[in-house]
Design a protein around this ligand. Structure first.
Ligand SMILES: NC(=O)c1ccc[n+]([C@@H]2O[C@H](COP(=O)([O-])OP(=O)(O)OC[C@H]3O[C@@H](n4cnc5c(N)ncnc54)[C@H](OP(=O)(O)O)[C@@H]3O)[C@@H](O)[C@H]2O)c1
Length: 211
């Protein structure tokens, strides 16, 4: 299967390496084209660098938008005509940094980032919020954990997006656990109770009330 990854910075590159190590074919695109090319060269034949964001989606079963929240809407608008029927995976936390270096939330308290992103997507796009539930460092060090895989939580309102993101999470070496619908995405973000946890499936399910 083939996945497009748009944005190959700290998180996008960590996701790309994990997916490639699980056998996924990747189409990479980034404003930082040099970074995308270096990453593809390190990954090997499983990763190709697309000409641009549009080209990245050619033949891809899903697209992961590993972008800062502030540029996310612009990229969705740019590739929107290709997103109908496509599984769109968004790991973005709604954060920015002020001139003093202080991190702040871009959305009002209680407003779900997933709902906001869903409102930006064209009709027919199939959204899952996933892969942004832990820091890139933790993600890198927790993939393919043995004997019990670590969990990655996701949130979606769309069954097909759910199946595809579960496949991607397993390919990356984690066990998927659904936290709930898109409105639950706040629990997955920085500051949410399910963020930055490296836990197994039983504990994860008890945290979301399934156990
Ligand atoms: N890093 C983490 O530990 C982590 C963990 C969880 C969630 N997240 C979330 O993941 C998202 C990405 O974070 P990050 O740390 O990977 O950020 P990052 O290192 O800044 O990477 C973002 C990448 O997107 C590229 N980009 C910017 N505008 C673009 C465009 N129009 N088209 C294509 N590519 C574009 C950037 O290129 P340029 O550098 O040239 O602008 C950069 O390579 C954020 O929303 C963050 O909240 C990050």
């Amino acid at each position: 299967m083939t996945t497009a990854i748009i944005g190959t910075g700290g998180l996008g590159s960590a996701i790309a390496r994990l997916l490639a190590s699980g056998g996924e074919a990747l189409r990479l695109s980034s404003a930082d084209r040099q970074a995308a090319q270096t990453l593809a060269a390190q990954i090997g034949p499983a990763a190709v660098v697309a000409v641009d964001n549009h080209d990245a989606l050619q033949g891809a079963d899903a697209v992961i938008l590993a972008l800062r929240f502030t540029v996310l809407k612009g990229v969705i608008d740019e590739i929107g005509d290709q997103l109908a029927g496509k599984v769109v995976v968004v790991p973005s936390n709604p954060l920015s940094v002020d001139p003093q270096g202080k991190v702040y939330r871009l959305l009002p308290e209680g407003q779900s980032s997933g709902k906001v992103v869903a409102g930006w997507l064209p009709a027919g796009a199939r959204l899952a919020m996933a892969f942004g539930t832990m820091s890139a460092d933790l993600l890198r060090s927790s993939g393919h954990r043995s004997p019990e895989p670590a969990v990655l939580f996701y949130a979606t309102d769309d069954d097909r997006a759910g199946s595809e993101v579960e496949r991607l999470i397993r390919t990356a070496g984690f066990e998927p656990v659904k936290a709930g619908g898109i409105e639950q995405s706040g629990r997955l973000e920085v500051g949410g109770d399910l963020h930055d946890l490296v836990i197994g499936p039983a504990e994860a399910r008890s945290l979301i009330g399934e156990a």
